[in-house]
Write a protein that binds this ligand. Structure first.
Ligand code: NAD
Length: 442
């Protein structure tokens, strides 16, 4: 295993190589995603006069660079006896308000800049919705669909071994993200508990049987739809229709939450293709179809969607797949009046400007998809208490917490005449900056 650690806010960058292996991980070129996050932060801190308020404190730098970057490789035996190498990441961005917190992504395109961007968003998101966590993110460059279950388990256990001294119930708590689920969290917990006595809270998003919280798997979709209902009221939309890009954890639970509130979902897609029915799709039946076949494609209650779902004629668009789905090139095709970002970073910064000019209201990811981390926090509390809550209590608390955050953002946006995204960053950065100053830098 090769391991490279950068303590960026520490005195000097540190490199650790285990087993004497050669350093294989190099920093990829910056992607637009990470540059987008940094440039938005710079814009906001400038408007907040953060430097002038706290002169010579280097506060801005704390938002621009993560505290620690861990890059390592693991070697995993395939079922046929051959050995494959996998690139692994964990980025700990900031822990001013509480221990590091953020999901683990399995995707063939995972790279360091993407993980850094996602970790930065976690810091901003947890501050915005008022939970005592910081921000982190992890990932492995892998296509999980190409590995058997046994191979995936070996990979997850190796990844956990590589992070034994970095993650923990009081230091850094991973959770599921794209390509991972409660199953992977159970493996991480099990591997970690072989080495540490207090282990249950090391990850959230666990199966109920090993200390998970009721309501966690649906929480991101449920939270999104809470914010969507608020915005529907604010915009005065009557009988709105919805299109959803991506039908994984977030997209499918958002669809179910829409259906439960009588909101019609007319179009849905996933990585394999799309479907539509302008009389409304039967969502519970679609979920059953996806559970059986692995895709929305071929669902009998809808027609095949040939066009880009971004351009689907609907009132509300829920991008719930991956980042960069709506760019300056395709933003003009959007027909919806409201976008609720289920995915992290689905609207690029330049597309954001185009859509704002078009009068489209965007509920930004750091607010809209915060339900997952909010209920992750409730899971941590339940693990610490050793006392488990009913689902209704979880959902009621989630509803209250995310609605409060929505109202703060919407008030700030109205007062300052800025977008919901900028208002969200403003509120979160201000909260963290004040805490940094109160804690002192000694
Ligand atoms: P997932 O792996 O469960 O689902 C992803 C879905 O997107 C799948 O249906 C996949 O087929 C689809 N998809 C991928 N590429 C696509 C494309 N080009 N076009 C259309 N569909 C495509 O992942 P998830 O957990 O649902 O996460 C989705 C997004 O939400 C990610 O950006 C993630 O970071 C974010 N998010 C997830 C959570 C959570 O609790 N899972 C919390 C906050 C944010």
């Amino acid at each position: 295993m090769t391991r490279v650690i950068e303590n960026i806010t520490g005195s000097a960058a540190e490199t650790i190589e285990t087993k004497g292996a050669a350093k294989v991980a190099t920093r990829p070129k910056p992607t637009n995603l990470y540059e987008d996050v940094r440039s938005l932060i710079l814009d906001i801190v400038d408007k907040m006069h953060l430097e002038e308020r706290y002169p010579r404190q280097n506060i801005v730098q704390r938002f621009l660079e993560p505290d620690k970057v861990i890059v390592f490789t693991v070697y995993v035996q395939r079922d046929n006896g051959s050995v494959d190498i996998f690139e692994c990441y964990r980025v700990q961005h900031d822990d001013t308000l509480g221990c590091y917190k953020g999901g683990i992504r399995f995707h063939p395109e995972v790279n360091l800049d993407e993980v850094k961007a996602l970790a930065t968003w976690m810091t901003i998101k947890t501050a915005l919705v008022d939970i005592p966590f910081g921000g982190a993110k992890g990932g492995i460059k892998v296509d999980p669909t190409k590995l058997s279950v046994a191979e995936l388990e070996r990979l997850v256990r190796k990844y956990t071994q590589g992070l034994l001294n970095d993650i923990g119930p009081a230091s850094d708590i991973p959770a599921p993200d794209v390509g991972t689920s409660s199953r992977e969290m159970a493996w991480i917990y099990d591997e970690y508990r072989k080495h540490r006595t207090v282990a249950r809270g090391v990850v959230t998003g666990k199966p109920i049987e090993v200390g998970g919280s009721l309501g966690r798997s649906a929480a991101t979709g449920n939270g999104m739809v809470c914010t969507m209902m608020q915005a529907i009221k604010d915009l005065g939309l009557k009988d709105p229709t919805v299109a959803i890009q991506g039908f994984g954890n977030v997209g499918s639970h958002a669809a179910l939450a829409c259906a439960a509130r009588g909101i019609t979902v007319d179009a849905v897609n996933d990585v394999y293709g799309g479907i539509y029915n302008n009389q409304g799709i039967n969502i519970p039946a679609l979920v059953q179809h996806v559970n059986q076949t692995g895709s929305v494609v071929g669902f009998s209650g809808a027609d095949k969607l040939l066009d880009d779902i971004i351009a689907y004629p609907c009132d509300i668009l829920l991008p719930c797949a991956l980042e960069g789905a709506i760019t300056a090139e395709n933003a003009h095709m959007v027909q919806a009046r409201l976008i609720v970002e289920g995915a992290n970073g689905p609207v690029t910064l330049d597309a954001d400007d185009v859509l704002n000019d078009m009068g489209v209201l965007i509920i930004p990811d750091i607010l809209a998809n915060s339900g997952g981390v909010i209920v992750s926090y409730y899971e941590t509390v339940q693990n610490r208490q050793g006392l488990y809550w009913e689902e209704k209590k979880v959902n009621d608390l989630l509803y209250r917490q995310i609605t409060k955050a929505y109202q703060q953002v919407s008030n700030m946006a109205r007062k300052q005449n800025i977008s919901y995204r900028k208002a969200s960053y403003y509120l979160a950065i201000d909260k963290i900056a004040r805490a940094i100053i109160m804690r002192g830098a000694q």
